[in-house]
Design a protein around this ligand. Structure first.
Ligand SMILES: NC(=O)c1ccc[n+]([C@@H]2O[C@H](COP(=O)([O-])OP(=O)(O)OC[C@H]3O[C@@H](n4cnc5c(N)ncnc54)[C@H](OP(=O)(O)O)[C@@H]3O)[C@@H](O)[C@H]2O)c1
Length: 296
């Protein structure tokens, strides 16, 4: 009999790939906000108990980083209290829990990639709410893993890859119409690890099938800036797009963006479990497999 796994946020960018990636090996079910709002503790209890999973993979979150700045209450309710609600049920029924957290728990001021032992110091409401989620989980139960991710993209949802392709495509159309082109400006003073959801699914499986616990960094190998990431997207797709680097202060946003977002997968490496590949290799595979779907 296959092991029962329950995925929260199953219609989200990562959740939908988790459902696809786990279904051949696990008896996997998914829930999203239409099924249960994770801020409602009694509904969360009823739903998890009715599925009775061996593992809950918690990918539901309020992920609008700028929106969180003006909706602190909602951010805390979903990302912190919602995580606690799930953890309390998992603890009570002896279920293992995997929670996804973020590079935003750090302040971004370090000169090199963050390791698991670095002290969090979030600068945004989103980062604080996700860190509160980590702490709520750790205070509630023992059998958990916190996978910190960064710069996620995938087939579903809004993400940087989709945005760049759309902007690049619009510029190419304007060129064909012989209009005056403004080069696309992309920030080059923020550094991170672009990470494909499918890679995270593969790594989650490896973590789930081994007895890893605690905080674990999980992002692609290698790092780049948003500008470098955009260049690689256009290069992979053979798109000729005029693009130029700029600084973050040219794009003021409600939420502060960390300058350093890179995460080093030290725990995964130490445990011999790191299966994340280089970000460029993953990007090429993603674009090759999804080219038609991604074109506007
Ligand atoms: N995206 C990134 O770059 C990134 C980076 C680091 C870490 N992470 C973490 O990775 C995980 C997955 O991210 P993602 O990009 O896949 O997020 P996503 O696409 O926004 O998916 C999250 C899902 O959770 C649902 N949800 C929101 N509030 C809920 C509630 N109260 N009850 C139940 N479900 C709710 C959302 O529904 P609606 O769409 O209807 O709101 C959505 O379907 C999250 O924990 C996120 O914090 C993401």
């Amino acid at each position: 009999m296959k092991t029962k796994v329950l995925v929260t946020g199953s219609r989200g960018q990562l959740g939908s790939d988790l459902i696809r990636g786990l279904s051949s090996r696990y008896d996997v079910s998914g829930i999203d906000i239409e099924d249960v709002d994770i801020t409602d503790s009694s509904s969360v209890r009823d739903v998890i108990i009715s599925y009775n999973p061996r593992v809950v993979i918690h990918a539901a979150a309020y992920t609008d980083v700028d929106g969180c700045e003006s909706n602190t209450g909602l951010a805390m309710a979903v990302n912190a209290d919602g995580t606690r609600n799930i953890a309390e049920v998992c603890r009570d029924i002896g279920t293992r829990m995997i929670y996804y957290s973020t590079d935003y728990v750090f302040d971004g001021e370090k000169r090199s990639a963050y390791v698991e032992s670095d002290s969090p110091n979030p600068q945004t409401v989103y980062g604080r709410s996700k860190l509160e989620g980590e702490r709520a989980l750790a205070a509630t139960m023992d059998n958990y893993v916190i996978l910190r991710l960064a710069w996620l993209y995938g087939e579903g949802g809004r993400n940087f890859v989709r945005t760049m392709i759309k902007l690049g495509y619009n510029q190419q159309r304007a060129m064909q119409r012989e209009e005056i082109i403004t080069p696309l400006k992309v920030v080059d003073d923020q550094v991170g690890n672009p990470t494909w959801t499918v890679e995270v699914v593969r790594q989650t499986l490896a973590v789930m099938e081994n007895n890893l616990t605690g905080v674990v960094h999980c992002s692609s190998e290698g790092e780049t800036s948003w500008y470098g990431f955009a260049q690689a997207i256009f290069e992979c797709l053979g798109m000729k797009v005029q693009i130029r680097p700029c600084k973050s202060d040219e794009f003021p946003r409600p939420a502060h963006r960390p300058k350093m977002s890179s995460l080093a997968n030290n725990s995964l490496v130490q445990e011999g479990l790191n299966c994340m590949c280089h970000w460029k290799e993953a990007l090429e595979a993603f674009l090759q497999g999804n080219k038609e779907k991604l074109m506007p």
